[in-house]
Design a binder for this molecule. Structure first.
Ligand code: ADP
Length: 608
């Protein structure tokens, strides 16, 4: 859907300055493009020359033997323009030169454009992955992906073909009209006031017809939806005995198709008549006038033939130029939106592959001080209002509370996906914002509720925690995560491909892969967001063993609603109204007879 929207986006010339940023990608190829322009110009001129020579061939054949004078541009070729063989050879030579030029042009433009596309694709991807989380909160990822790839394709079209074609056609139109004027001013003026007008009218007419047929297609899609709905809901249709009603509904829709299609047919018929009468009529008028001039001796026969061929060439170029203009406009719109994307504010993360990263070692003393927060896109919902919280080095803090209380938000703030609106988050007495974002996140590990594995084998999925891990480290992490047994039960072991094109792992297995990933990372701060919530009791027990191994000696923030996950925590914080309502150990809180006890009694904390 979004791709078509992107394709139809119109460029606004006011935004030319955004397009100028494209210069960054064009500059390295400035000489290449200059060469390309020379080649295209040359090739355009040669096309005109070949047309002229074709006309000469026709004219010589038709002439009555008297030799017309050679006109100046061809005189220097020193060729006998009355000799068919010589003209034939000359045409062959020109065509050969053109063939070589065209090949060179295509390769040259492809090379430059592909280099540019490589740089743009890399930069666009880099820009997207460097966006802060609030960017992804307000966009659908699929749309973003298809929009960017549609934009890049439009830009690619502009630089591989559109600009070259546009230039070639402009040269042919201008050069062709000059040549035509040279042969016969009267005839040229006659041609110019008829053909281009008709061609442009035909193009506009064609667009209108395309719009009409698009409406018919939409209507067809609508009627298919009715069929689809009826069949999916066939139980309801039958049980309510509503067959007749459905038939009526469908009939309404298909009658619409017929009406629209007939309307389209009438306009298509009119279009065909228009072409026959007006375009072919205009051509006939020009030929008629030319023939008349030839008979009265005002125009040499080879000039008349050349005139006809060149008129065809010019008319074709006028017809083609509209398509190039709309491709150009689409491309400019695409450049604009891509440049805007690249200009968006990014997170301060490191994206260079081999950038040096100063190693960081944290004790893991985490403090939230009077933190207030609302999401940038939901200003009216205050999620945290004056939150104070501390995770002592190496200790476990569990967060509990009703859904929507802000538990995941606390995890997101700690990962610095967002910054607090008020208050401070400190790690080892240093503000979170003072750390290098990449270095900081590299010292944390996050095990989410829904683990998404990357397409690839189990080995590379575990190694995501430490991309340069050795085979031995990966194995040992899998063992600690209680995952080795099931991995080895697959015939291909660590080489087993998972994800869309591979085996589907169960929720518990995926969780343990995620835990192995976290173990391999060896983080100072661990964040578990409902890491066991989707599991049945048996898997839960296995994952729990793995989690115990992982949490050993690290500062851990645990979001959970299962007693087995939280009861061993050093502290449990009960969250309500964006603040900590109660805090203490499991036994303390139960004894206190407060909010925690109520959560347990109401089974909002599950007792398994
Ligand atoms: P919990 O983890 O306790 O269930 P969350 O931290 O997920 O709660 O959510 C707290 C509040 O913030 C909820 O009202 C939720 O609707 C809102 N919220 C969560 N994520 C976002 C987001 N990305 N954008 C806007 N609002 C959000």
């Amino acid at each position: 859907m979004e791709a078509t929207d992107a394709a139809e986006r119109k460029f606004n010339w006011k935004n030319w300055s955004t397009v100028k940023k494209m210069g960054h990608y064009l500059r390295p190829h400035a000489w290449g493009y200059a060469g390309g322009v020379v080649i295209i110009s040359l090739s355009g001129v040669l096309t005109l020359l070949v047309t002229r020579l074709w006309g000469q061939l026709g004219g010589v054949g038709a002439s009555t033997g008297e030799q017309t004078e050679l006109e100046s541009p061809l005189a220097m070729l020193q060729i006998d323009m009355g000799n068919l063989t010589q003209i034939g050879w000359l045409i062959l030579c020109v065509l050969s030169v053109q063939a070589v030029l065209s090949f060179g042009r295509v390769i040259l433009f492809a090379k430059m454009t592909e280099d540019m596309m490589l740089a743009m694709r890399r930069d666009a991807f880099e820009a997207i992955v460097s966006m802060p989380m609030r960017f992804f909160d307000t966009r659908r990822v699929g749309d973003l992906n298809s929009r960017v790839s549609a934009d890049i394709t439009s830009i690619q079209d502009v630089f591989t073909t559109t600009l070259a074609e546009l230039l070639r056609q402009i040269i042919i139109i201008i050069g062709g009209i000059l040549a035509l004027l040279y042969f016969s001013v009267t005839l040229t003026l006659l041609m110019l006031i008829t053909l281009p007008v008709m061609i442009i009218a035909a193009i506009l007419f064609g667009r209108f017809i395309r719009k009409l047929s698009k409406r018919t297609q939409d209507q067809v899609a609508d009627s298919n939806t009715i069929v689809q709905e009826t069949l999916t809901g066939i139980i309801s249709v039958k049980s309510f005995a509503n067959e007749a009603w459905e038939v009526l509904r469908y009939l309404g829709s298909i009658q619409n198709i017929r009406t629209l299609a007939m309307k389209g047919a009438i306009w298509r018929g009119a279009f065909a008549s228009f072409i026959i009468l007006f375009i072919f009529g205009a051509i006939t008028l020009v030929i008629f006038k030319g023939a008349e001039l030839m008979v009265t001796g005002g125009l040499a026969s080879e000039h008349f033939f050349t005139f006809l061929l060149m008129t065809g060439l010019v008319a074709g170029s006028i017809g083609g130029i509209a398509a190039q203009f709309s491709a150009l406009q689409r491309g400019l719109g695409a450049i604009e939106s891509l440049m805007e994307l690249m200009d968006e504010a990014r997170e301060d993360v490191i994206t260079e592959v081999d950038a040096p990263l100063s190693p960081l070692k944290l004790m893991g003393d985490v403090r939230f001080q009077n933190v207030q927060f609302h999401y940038p896109n939901r200003q009216d919902v205050q999620v945290l209002s004056g939150l104070d919280l501390r995770i002592e080095p190496g200790k476990r803090l569990a967060l509990v509370g009703p859904s929507g209380a802000g538990k995941s938000t606390i995890a997101a703030l700690l990962l610095r996906f967002h910054d607090p609106v008020e208050g401070h988050i400190l790690i080892d007495d240093q503000a979170l914002g003072d750390f290098s974002l990449t270095a900081l996140r590299k010292r944390m590990a996050f095990v989410p509720q829904e683990v998404i594995l990357f397409g690839g084998d189990i080995r590379s999925n575990i190694a995501y925690g430490k991309t340069d891990a050795t085979e031995e480290q990966i194995r040992s992490a899998a063992k600690k995560a209680n995952a080795l047994a099931f991995i080895e039960s697959f015939p291909e072991g660590f080489d087993t491909v998972v994800g869309e094109r591979g085996v589907q792992l169960s929720g518990g297995q995926r969780q343990r892969i995620a835990i192995a990933r976290a173990i391999l990372r060896d983080p100072d701060i661990l964040i578990l967001d409902e890491a066991t919530s989707a599991l049945d009791a048996t898997s839960e027990k296995e994952v729990q063993i793995a989690l115990e191994a992982l949490m050993q000696g690290r500062s851990s923030l645990i979001i959970a609603h299962r007693l087995s996950t939280i009861k061993n925590a050093d502290q449990i914080a009960v969250l309500a109204d964006g603040r900590v309502q109660e805090i203490g150990t499991h036994d303390d809180l139960l004894a206190r007879n407060g909010a925690y006890k109520r959560l347990v009694e109401n089974q909002e904390i599950e007792l398994i």
